[in-house]
Design a protein around this ligand. Structure first.
Ligand SMILES: [Mg+2]
Length: 171
């Protein structure tokens, strides 16, 4: 059974959507996906870097459309692991565990890997929205489209914009 290393933020959890909601609540300005394309989150939402430190940021993040249905199928067909570089933000560890338990209850705790760097991860397939994780990975790589990576050349990575594409690709 092939191993999949599956990212959370920007792939399962709608990090952009969460920034957008927090930003609108605080500043009364709605930043659209179109406006944010090609920008890092810190550029798209100036002065909002501290949001990820606020309690509840990770716990209440919206789920990316289609992810739950497809991940449930992948979970049966592959040796699937959630791999999140979460250690940088210690409070996120508990919030992410609770978030997974709520939205992806079929994922066993043994299949959840919280780490500092993904360079240690060995698997056959990696699904992620960040080049820093995909570039050093030796196996098959799937780049999940997000505003921050929208204009970047995907290179050897297979870019997908919706979970249905992952379903067609891997199932
Ligand atoms: Mg990510």
């Amino acid at each position: 059974m092939k191993k999949i290393a599956l990212d959370m933020d920007g792939v399962l959890a709608d990090e952009f959507g969460q920034f957008s909601q927090f930003y609108e609540k605080e500043k009364g300005i709605r930043i659209t996906i179109e406006e944010a394309r090609g920008k890092r989150l810190s550029e798209a939402f100036p002065g909002a870097a501290n949001y990820i430190q606020s309690p509840g940021f990770f716990r209440t993040a919206p789920v990316i459309t289609g992810s739950r249905e497809v991940v449930e199928k992948l979970y049966r067909a592959y040796d699937l692991f959630i791999v999140s570089a979460a250690v940088e933000y210690p409070h996120s560890l508990t919030e992410k565990l609770e978030w997974l338990k709520e939205h992806f209850p079929f994922i066993a705790w043994q299949k959840i890997v919280f780490c500092g760097s993904k360079n240690i991860i060995g698997a056959d397939i990696m699904i992620d929205d960040n080049f820093k994780n995909l570039d050093p990975f030796a196996g098959q790589t799937i780049l999940f489209n997000q505003p921050h990576n929208h204009f970047a050349d995907a290179g050897r990575h297979h870019r997908v914009t919706h979970w249905h594409e992952i379903e067609s690709l891997l199932l």
